[in-house]
Design a protein around this ligand. Structure first.
Ligand code: GLA
Length: 691
């Protein structure tokens, strides 16, 4: 099989490393301390979860009927629902059919830029955009699907079929579903997202969907109001069904967004992006809750979407929970409030909070349950690999990028990192593991024997640095650029970090201190979430510390981000405007492997390809891995229908994996947290909820 020829290049790459000057040789990473996931998953086939069908009767909360339907403010529930709603099967609901009421209280550390997700605006993360968006397919719940049956679940696309040659995929959209303002959802929404956001290069949707996300040369066209047709260059690229899930194919409301898009209105792209600021209330969504109140640095409140298109088997329109809060605080506060009971949900992902949270959760009167999952949270140091202008570097930054592209330099950096120490600085105990970078050790595609680890070895690191041409010419302890680069000055490297997470900052501080011993001056550039993202996507960084995304945690989700397969698919190596990605030879190999993986139908071949990928990645230090650990899902005990073993992160975050629209609170456990009881979303752009 043609893909296996990569082994040859690899063998050479590895043997060349084994020069005798090193005190330590590259090896496989040490076996991590055993850490047992606490919650067991009961695996099911995909079709056990949901189906699309008409039910004989539908229900809604009584107050909706009384206050809104009877006085004629809202059509009857059966007329608000699609012909065949999405029906969750009772057998897959851990506590069965639920009851209406109560509030799910989230806390987030991000802040909303506005509601234009298609235009690239963040809503502040922590599950807020995940809940607003509905996407063609859905993958987060797949954590519980039997391995042999894992393929994206239908969602806005209720079904699809492939042409016999595998180049055409016909997708059938849910029929008669409506946006939260009652306007029909159809293929025009899908086409507006594709043509005027994904394909229009002036727009970059949040999470960075570009044409290449769906394959070079892929096209999409409307067949009729409820049918769209994809064409692909490759045959049967089933992999792209994952790109049609969150966060790269979740269409926004075309009827609203078009009023500000330059193609349809007399506006600029900037006015489009920023046309729906956080103060704009009742933005139409396909998700289960609609934003009705925003108080800066305080809270975003959402109320149930009266047009939501999903039901349970008894015909109850979902969601069960009436209101959703996003308190605008910090990520660390999310942990604290959730274990204390003043909030309901946290992904415990910052190890600095593990010990305290565990102690509190172990008490009998603890308000929240806490369960650790697999070691799926990882951190890497990514270097900017563009030497042809992405982000317009000055002379110093350009010289750094040339270093970043030097394998001796990357080896020097990775060998100078004491990962045990980095992990223990976050939390003591069996939590963190040595992570050389690359695929997460908890994915099914991970193979330890294909993972190359350069152990901590400061002297060996210094030898590599010398090979990269760096010497401390002025004797101040910091190596200098060669005289013809950046004026021969001290090597100074900026490290972009998300200011909103203590873990990111603690790791950065550890890296800075450890690399000073190597003779590199690394300078912290800690920015708040949205600015950090802008610096990243604009290419304005030398190095950055990045928490792993789902391509490393699941492989099958965001697969195109595993290598620079397109001009804008990679996190640390993109093309400058109108340019090409200046790939290094090992990156070209990775691109080939990823493309082969995407078009392969053969599971054994795919597993083999990922071994090769991992070997090339880690041999060449594509990124400098830092640490890996498990996260714990913390949820208030009053909630029912929380699937056991939901990882905080895999295909997507736990906010989506737990299927919030099915979550409920038993009548005798309901709290009085609703701020807008018995109210529903009002008019788009209007003042707030309606009474
Ligand atoms: C942030 C948080 C994660 C998760 C995601 C959801 O990144 O740190 O725990 O809530 O948002 O998008």
């Amino acid at each position: 099989m043609s893909h296996f020829r990569y082994w040859n290049t690899l063998a050479i790459g590895v043997s060349m490393l084994a020069f005798p000057a090193l005190a330590s040789e590259p090896t496989v990473p040490p076996e991590p301390a055993s850490f047992k996931a606490q919650a067991q998953i009961s695996y099911v086939p995909r079709d056990a979860i949901l189906e699309f069908k008409t039910l004989p009767v539908y229900h809604e909360p009584d107050w909706v009927t009384e206050k809104f339907v009877k006085p004629g403010k809202l059509p009857a529930v059966k007329d608000r629902l699609p012909k065949e709603p999405l029906v969750y099967k009772t057998g897959n609901m851990p506590d069965g059919i639920g009851v209406y009421g109560d509030t799910l209280r989230h806390v987030i550390g991000g802040r909303p830029e506005g509601w234009n997700y298609s235009g690239g605006q963040s809503q502040g993360y922590g599950g807020i955009d995940i809940g607003l968006s509905e996407c063609l397919t859905r993958t987060a719940p797949l954590f519980q699907v039997e391995a042999t049956d894992v393929e994206p679940l239908p969602n806005l696309a209720k079904g699809w079929e492939w042409s016999p040659d595998g180049h055409t995929l016909t997708m059938h959209l849910i029929e008669g579903a409506k946006w939260s303002d009652g306007v029909p959802f159809d293929a025009d929404d899908v086409m507006f997202y594709w043509d005027d956001n994904v394909i229009d290069s002036n727009v970059s949707p949040l999470n960075g969907a570009t044409q290449e996300t769906f394959g070079v040369g892929t096209t999409l066209k409307k067949i009729d109001a409820y049918t769209v047709e994809w064409t692909f260059k490759e045959a049967f690229p089933r992999q792209y069904l994952y790109a049609m899930a969150y966060g790269t194919f979740c269409p926004g409301p075309a009827h609203i967004l078009k009023t500000k898009h330059p193609k349809y209105a007399n506006t600029t792209y900037d006015q489009y992006k920023n046309g729906f600021p956080p103060e704009y209330m009742n933005m139409p969504v396909m998700g289960a809750w609609v934003p009705v109140e925003y108080r800066p640095d305080d809270i975003i409140v959402m109320r149930r979407n009266p047009y939501y298109w999903k039901v349970d088997e008894a015909g109850n329109q979902l969601p069960y929970v009436n209101e959703m809060h996003y308190k605008l605080s910090t990520w660390a506060d999310r942990d604290l409030q959730t274990v204390a009971g003043s909030a309901d949900f946290s992904n415990l992902e910052q190890p600095e909070n593990f010990v305290e949270s565990l102690k509190r959760a172990a008490q009998d009167n603890a308000p929240a349950r806490l369960a650790f999952g697999p070691r799926l949270i990882g951190y890497n140091l990514d270097m900017n690999f563009s030497a042809n202008g992405w982000g317009a570097p000055d002379a110093r930054a350009q010289a750094v990028r040339e270093l970043n592209r030097d394998e001796h330099f990357r080896k020097a950096v990775t060998m100078a990192i004491d990962r045990k120490k980095l992990g223990e600085a976050l939390v003591k105990g069996p939590f963190t593991a040595i992570y050389p970078g690359g695929l997460s050790s908890a994915t099914s595609f991970y193979d330890r024997q294909s993972t190359v680890y350069y152990p901590f070895d400061l002297e060996g690191a210094k030898a590599e640095l010398a090979k990269a041409g760096l010497k401390d010419t002025d004797g101040n302890g910091i190596v200098n650029f060669p005289p013809d680069k950046a004026g021969g000055k001290d090597v100074e490297i900026t490290l972009l970090v998300n200011n909103a997470y203590s873990t990111d900052k603690n790791l950065a501080e550890g890296v800075i201190a450890q690399l000073e011993k190597l003779g590199l001056r690394v300078i912290l550039n800690a920015l708040d979430g949205n600015q950090r993202d802008a610096a990243n996507f604009g290419g304005r960084f030398d190095w950055m510390i990045l928490r792993n995304r789902s391509e490393l945690a699941s492989v099958v989700q965001n697969t195109e981000q595993l290598a620079p397969v397109g001009p804008r698919t990679s996190w640390n190596h993109r093309a400058p405007e109108n340019g090409q990605v200046d790939l290094m030879p090992f990156e070209e190999e990775m691109v080939k492997i990823v493309n082969a993986f995407i078009s392969s139908q053969d599971n054994a071949e795919r597993a083999e390809l990922m071994k090769q990928y991992q070997r090339i990645y880690t041999t060449n230090v594509n990124t400098v891995g830092l640490t890996e650990f498990a996260g714990a899902l913390v949820i208030n005990k009053r909630f029912s229908n929380i699937p056991s073993g939901a990882p905080i992160f895999m295909f997507n975050w736990a906010e989506d994996a737990i299927i919030r629209e099915r979550v409920f609170v038993k009548a005798d456990k309901q709290g009085k947290f609703e701020l807008f009881p018995e109210q529903l979303p009002g008019k788009p752009g209007g003042p707030g909820p309606m009474n």
